[in-house]
Design a protein around this ligand. Structure first.
Ligand SMILES: [Cu+2]
Length: 251
């Protein structure tokens, strides 16, 4: 036996052993041992139609909040730019991944309580990654996630302090409230894998390091719902897809 064939035999043995318990045993083209691939799915999320007029947040109940603003503060629910590109959409792989083995990053995801609003309004993170909420206001806040399937928690935050917590289950997405200021609202999307993005001001998203495969990709928006499409990518392929949301989808 040559050295090369010995290596091939060894690799085959490793593959056969490791693929036994995986969800992907019937598809030997994809290695479950290598979750970091080379394919990319990029795109833009757009809103079509009349953008709903944003409501003004009424902070009169807490003068410490009201006096932090000279101009009205608008609700952050449907945010578009002049091109109709939609912000705060969570785009993620919903189906098609084999079992993932990568660990959650050790650095926390941070949300700031500033001007009596949550900044950013939407974040995405890994299960068991730390979520850190920092109170940068001269008034007391509270942070109260209201999950559907994760453990609920509820923490006080005097001025200048921070609170932290985790979520162990995938959930898209968990509303985050402040019990003191009912207008304060954020969302946290929690994933078991690293293939997710939140659109910025240009509506863009970028899912990198994907293994080759066929995936269901979903786009979630807090008010406009969820849209999905299937995409197949080969190794090193960069595929562009777009999502479009409308206020009143036709029946
Ligand atoms: Cu608050």
């Amino acid at each position: 036996m040559t050295t090369r064939s010995l290596i091939s035999a060894a690799a085959l043995t490793v593959f056969c052993v490791s693929s036994q318990p995986s969800l992907n045993a019937g598809s030997p083209a994809r290695s479950v041992n290598n979750p970091t691939g080379t394919a990319t799915v990029t795109g833009v999320v757009r809103f079509e139609g009349q953008v709903p007029k944003p409501k003004t947040l009424n902070m009169a109940a807490d003068p410490n909040c009201a006096k932090l603003h000279r101009t009205p503060v608008l609700q952050q629910d449907v945010l578009t730019n002049g091109e109709g590109e939609l912000q705060n959409v969570v785009v993620f792989i919903a189906d098609g991944l084999s079992a993932e083995t990568t660990e959650a990053p050790s650095q926390p995801v941070e949300i700031e309580q500033k001007g009596c609003t949550y900044q950013p309004h939407v974040v995405a993170m890994r299960a068991d990654q730390k979520l850190e909420i920092v109170n940068n206001d001269p008034t007391s806040h509270n942070v109260h996630p209201a999950p559907g399937i994760n453990r609920e928690w509820n923490k006080a935050e005097p001025p200048g302090t921070k609170a932290e917590g985790t979520f162990s289950r995938e959930e898209i997405a968990i509303p985050i409230k402040c019990n003191i200021h009912p207008w304060m609202q954020a969302y946290v999307a929690v994933f078991k894998h690293p293939y997710f993005a939140v659109t910025g001001k240009n509506g863009g998203f970028d899912l990198r390091n994907l293994p080759p495969g066929t995936y269901t990709i979903k786009a979630w928006h807090e008010k406009l719902g969820t849209s999905m499409q299937k995409v197949t990518v080969a190794a090193n392929e960069n595929k562009a897809i777009n999502f479009v949301f409308k206020t009143h989808p036709s029946p």
